[in-house]
Structures are given as structure tokens and as C-alpha cells.
Design a protein around this ligand. Structure first.
Ligand code: DGT
Ligand code: CA
Ligand code: CA
Ligand code: ZN
Length: 577
């Protein structure tokens, strides 16, 4: 069992306690579970490995005492926690769905359940539409509206998984499949290969000897909850995390055609098949054919070439102009993960990050980076332990001191400064000028009317010390829509003023999203890609940011953190004299 899964069970126990409240010490206990959850999820080692090591104890993990250590052991040994199961029996399971809704926490779930006997998302929606929520304690017409919006997002999200979840599951399944002797290759296709921000189901292509044996091995994967279909060259299963996985067992000689077909998208494939038809050919998952004669099938590249096209990177395959560009030989040369030279948004334990400046810098060096920008939160974000002026000045000193300890990488002092309600910044100019690079972003009052939000963002951009705008639309994948604002006006102002927009690569955000990246590209804007890391491990989120940039047609030259440090610094908005 992975740390994330253990953390998820603890989080659910805490939520259940907050909803049920039958334990006189529920507040104290749920807080302990929350604390343990955070520390487990960011713990650098697998808890399962620690548990198996007779020389070590789980209680060495911060926030884990004897009682929680026992529960972790039980989870590792049986896959379940008796205590968790007992709590689950006390309420209708559908109440937990309500927690998926933005702005609805356990206290609200309890309120709706106790006062109005609301148990499901449907019932909540009906109550909101009938105006029955607004009079409850702590609710208003506005919060009722926000719940309706959240339900809409929830409906769109259901059945889809975030890119990082799909990635991790594909990696785990790939490793498991390769344990079987006959397996040669396992390649993810479908929306995962295209780097979409969410994935509906996983499509894995497998080559090797003994298809029957491979199919049997796959169906025996411990994470399988249900086998949906099992044919000669296809097996579909539902995993315990509810994700559907389709594997296809392929022959070498038609591997390229299958890879092309199952990568999609459907729209791209339809356009490609029409193109084949116009030449009197037929394109299928088995190959490109003229009558019975195979024109191309083994290599994906051949299929595109025979159709008169450059090979099209999977991220572009959405039938949004890539086929026309490939025909003219005008595809962009997309940015690659290996082009990245640094990361310009990350947090340390000074605010809500987990480690020191030095640890972040060492981890960045291991990735081959030449620079990092430390961007701890400003004081308005109290939940993230944001820094007031005095602590911010101390932090600048701490960041500069780290330069003497970690050599071979530039460590820049920055901040993620909050854009307050009316567009003023959370720090004064006299403090802002002490940072190497200032990044600004919104973390409060996110449901302002469009006009106000637009003015707010435009005003923030006007401050001459602002060089980067972080997660510009505020959206969260499968959770929260972008703020309501005039995106084009903000983009145009950023371009005019030389403020660089961030593509936040954290897979929970991916903000800007692919469409907005493309819009920025079409306007000739440059971006940075950063990870918003709160732990050294999060620096790896860069891959998701790069995939999203590629889906937005971005080339290396338009991503400023592919530049060497000197060139990057002169490419940012010039500071006031
Ligand atoms: P997802 O799973 O919703 O995130 O999206 P995809 O793109 O992975 O879609 P999926 O799993 O339904 O199908 C995988 C690929 O198979 C898809 O990208 C293209 C191909 N495919 C599926 N259905 C059709 C179809 O009706 N026509 C064509 N030409 N290709 C299809
Ligand atoms: Ca799929
Ligand atoms: Ca599929
Ligand atoms: Zn932020």
C-alpha cells in the first residue's frame, strides 16, 4: 500500500469524525488524523518499507503515535482499517460524495444532513434550487449559488481521473505486466499519451509472446476489482480505485497502426481516415491498406509519412489544425522536459512547504537545473502560514545564506504575493523591491463578479515590481472552474506590461490549461512553467506542465525557464530604477 492511499484513509476517517461527531473528543482526534495524513503523504520513504524493517518503528513519523501506527500496520497487512469501516457504517456512504464539492466541507455536510436530511448530491441540488439552503446557519444566497456551480463541476468531473493518478497507475501496471516473461513492451496510449489533464480510462498497448498468458497475468493484478471483458486480444478491468483499464495485446507487425489508432483522439483519427479515403486507401488499427496490400503498419511514423504528413506529436492530435500544419511541414518544434533549466515557483517550511531552501536547491540540482526561485506565501494567506513583513525579510536573508551552502545553482529570493480583493498587493513596494523576482496570485475572494475580478487582476499587473502572475485563472482540475473574468484583457495587459504568465504544472492546477496556453501562443506571448512545489518530490510535476505546454503548441523559445539564468533575468519585465 502506498503512502498516498494510507493518507487517503486517514483523511476519510477525519472527515467521518467531523460529520458524525459522536466521539466526545472528535475535534482533537480528527485534527490528529489530519496532521498524520499530511505528514504521511510527504514522508520521503514508503511506510510499508518501514513497517517491514524490524529495526524501525512507524512512530518515527511526525504525528504518528502508537495508536495510529497500529492502524497503519493493519492497513498495510489487510488493506483495510476496522475503525474506518465502523465509522463508515454510521452514515449513508453517499454523504462522502458531497465532500467532493468545492466549498462543501464536513461541517456543511453535517449541517445539510442534520437539518434537511440531505444525503446525496441530487438532493443537495434540489434543495439549493428550491432556495432551502440559504437560511441555514452560516449560509447565504451567495453560498447557495456557489454550491450549484460546484455541483455542475462535479457532474462534469465524475468518472475522470487526474493526469498524475493515471500516470502513476499506468506506471504501476506497466511494471507489473513486465514481470511476466512473455511481455516485451507496454505503452500507454489514449488520452494519457496525449497528455490530457484528465483521463477517462487507461489504454495500454502490450506486445509479447503468449497473449493468453499475458491476459491471465493482467487479470490477476491485485488492484483489479472486476473483470469487465476478456477476449483474445483485449482485456478490460475496473480497478479498486474505480479506474477502467483496457489492455490490447498486439502483434509487432501492426504495432504502429494500433498505436496510432488507440492514441486518438477520435476527432484526429476521423480526419486521418478521411485523408486515407481520399487517396483510395483504408486506415484501421491494423494498418494503412490499398485493397489487401499493406502500405504501412509497423511504425507509426510511416503511417503519417505515407499520408503526406510529418509525424505529429501525440499532444497535438486533437484535430485543431495539426494535420494542416503537418501537411505544410509547419508543425511547431515543441518544448521538451529536457529543455527546462529551472523552476520559478516553490515553497519552503518558512510558509507551507515541507523542507528548507537548501533541500529544495539540492533537489533542483539533481534535476540538472541552473536556478530556482523561492516563493513563500505572503501574510494574507494565513492558512498557508504566509509571512508578514518581518518574516519575509528574514526569509530573504535565509535564502541568500543558502547560496553559501549550495553551490552550482542560482538561488533567487522571491515571494508569491497575494493579490488582495481590490488588486492591491499584500506587501508594500519598499518590501517588494527587496526580492529578486516577485510573483503574484489570487487565493481569496475567488467568486467575485467578472468585472471586479478583471479590474483586480489588471490593477495588480500595473505594480512595476510584478514580474510573474501565478496560476492566472485559479482553476483546479476536476474541482474548480476558472475565476469569472475577462481573460483576453488580462492576457493583453500582461503582454503589454511584460508580465509573464505562469503555467502552473501542479497536476491539481495545470493553470493555464492547454486551451489558454494556445491562446497565449497565438497572441505571441511567452510563459514560464513551474511546479509550485511544497516538497522536493513535487519538482517532478514539471513533466505535467511541459505536457500541457506542448498541448498548447509551445516551443522552447517561448518558455522562459528554458533559458540560461542571465538570459532569463534580462527577459523579465525591467525593474523600476
Ligand atoms: P478518455 O479515455 O475519455 O480520456 O479519452 P481517450 O482518447 O483515451 O478515448 P478512449 O479510451 O475512448 O479511446 C482510446 C482511443 O481509441 C481514442 O483516443 C481513439 C480510439 N477510438 C476510440 N473510439 C473510436 C472511434 O469510434 N473511432 C476512431 N477512429 N477511433 C476511436
Ligand atoms: Ca482512454
Ligand atoms: Ca479506452
Ligand atoms: Zn498559489
Amino acid at each position: 500500500m502506498e503512502n498516498q492511499e494510507i493518507g487517503a484513509v486517514f483523511e476519510e476517517i477525519s472527515n467521518l469524525m467531523k460529520i458524525i461527531q459522536d466521539d466526545p473528543k472528535w475535534q482533537f482526534k480528527s485534527a490528529a488524523y489530519d496532521r498524520a495524513k499530511r505528514s504521511i503523504e510527504s514522508y520521503p520513504e514508503r511506510l510499508e518499507d518501514i513497517a517491514r524493517d524490524p529495526m524501525r518503528k512507524l512512530t518515527e513519523i511526525p504525528g504518528v503515535g502508537e495508536d495510529l501506527a497500529k492502524k497503519i500496520l493493519e492497513l498495510i497487512e489487510t488493506g483495510k482499517s476496522g475503525y474506518h469501516q465502523e465509522q463508515l457504517k454510521k452514515i449513508p456512504g453517499s454523504l462522502l460524495d458531497l465532500l467532493q464539492l468545492q466549498t462543501v466541507g464536513p461541517q456543511k455536510v453535517r449541517l445539510f444532513y442534520k437539518e434537511l436530511d440531505i444525503k446525496t448530491v441530487d438532493e443537495l441540488e434540489a434543495a439549493a434550487k428550491a432556495g432551502r439552503l440559504r437560511d441555514l446557519a452560516g449560509m447565504s444566497v451567495k453560498s447557495e449559488e456557489n454550491i450549484l456551480k460546484a455541483i455542475e463541476v462535479f457532474r462534469r468531473a465524475s468518472g475522470r481521473f487526474r493526469l498524475d493518478t493515471a500516470f502513476a497507475t499506468a506506471a504501476e501496471l506497466g511494471a507489473y505486466l513486465r514481470e511476466f516473461k512473455g511481455v516485451e513492451d507496454v505503452t500507454p496510449a489514449g488520452s494519457l499519451r496525449r497528455g490530457r489533464e484528465t483521463v477517462g480510462d487507461l489504454d495500454l498497448l502490450v506486445t509479447g509472446r503468449d497473449h493468453q498468458g499475458i491476459a491471465h497475468h493482467f487479470a490477476s493484478f491485485p488492484g483489479v476489482a472486476q473483470i469487465l471483458a476478456k477476449g483474445e486480444d483485449k482485456v478490460s478491468v475496473k480497478l479498486k480505485n474505480d479506474m477502467q483499464v483496457d489492455i490490447r495485446l498486439l502483434e509487432r507487425h501492426s504495432y504502429g497502426a494500433a498505436l496510432q489508432y488507440f492514441t486518438g483522439s477520435k476527432e484526429h483519427n476521423v480526419a486521418l481516415r478521411d485523408r486515407a479515403k481520399r487517396r483510395g486507401w483504408k486506415l484501421s488499427e491494423y494498418g494503412l491498406f490499398e485493397g489487401n496490400k499493406v502500405i504501412a503498419s509497423r511504425d507509426e511514423k510511416d503511417i503519417y509519412e505515407k499520408l503526406g504528413l510529418e509525424w505529429i506529436p501525440p499532444e497535438l492530435r486533437e484535430n485543431l489544425g495539426e494535420i494542416e500544419a503537418a501537411e505544410k511541414g509547419e508543425l511547431p518544434k515543441l518544448v521538451e522536459l529536457g529543455d527546462i533549466r529551472g523552476d520559478l515557483q516553490m515553497h519552503t517550511s518558512a510558509s507551507d512547504g515541507k523542507t528548507s531552501v537548501e533541500e529544495m536547491a539540492e533537489a533542483a540540482k539533481r534535476l540538472g537545473y541552473r536556478y530556482i526561485l523561492i516563493t513563500d506565501h505572503s501574510k494574507a494567506v494565513t492558512v498557508a502560514n504566509g509571512l508578514d513583513e518581518k518574516r519575509a525579510v528574514e526569509n530573504i536573508r535565509r535564502i541568500k545564506a543558502a547560496r553559501n551552502k549550495v553551490k552550482g545553482i542560482e538561488i533567487w529570493a522571491g515571494a508569491e504575493v497575494d493579490i488582495l480583493g481590490q488588486g492591491r498587493l499584500d506587501y508594500s513596494d519598499s518590501l517588494l523591491k527587496q526580492f529578486d523576482i516577485v510573483l503574484v496570485s489570487v487565493h481569496s475572494r475567488m467568486t467575485q463578479p467578472g468585472e471586479e475580478m478583471t479590474e483586480r487582476l489588471l490593477k495588480a499587473l500595473e505594480n512595476p515590481y510584478v514580474r510573474i502572475m501565478g496560476h492566472p485563472t485559479g482553476r483546479q482540475v476536476l474541482k474548480r472552474d476558472p475565476f469569472n473574468f475577462d481573460l483576453e484583457r488580462v492576457f493583453d495587459a500582461a503582454k503589454r506590461l511584460g508580465v509573464i504568465l505562469e503555467l502552473n504544472g501542479n497536476p491539481e492546477r495545470l493553470d493555464l490549461c492547454d486551451r489558454h496556453v494556445k491562446l497565449a501562443r497565438d497572441k505571441g506571448m511567452k510563459l514560464i512553467i513551474s511546479t509550485d512545489a511544497h516538497h522536493p518530490d513535487h519538482l517532478k510535476f514539471m513533466r505535467y506542465g511541459v505536457m500541457t505546454a506542448r498541448r498548447g503548441w509551445m516551443e522552447k523559445s517561448s518558455i522562459l525557464n528554458t533559458y540560461p539564468p542571465e538570459k532569463l533575468l534580462v527577459s523579465l519585465r525591467p525593474l523600476p530604477k
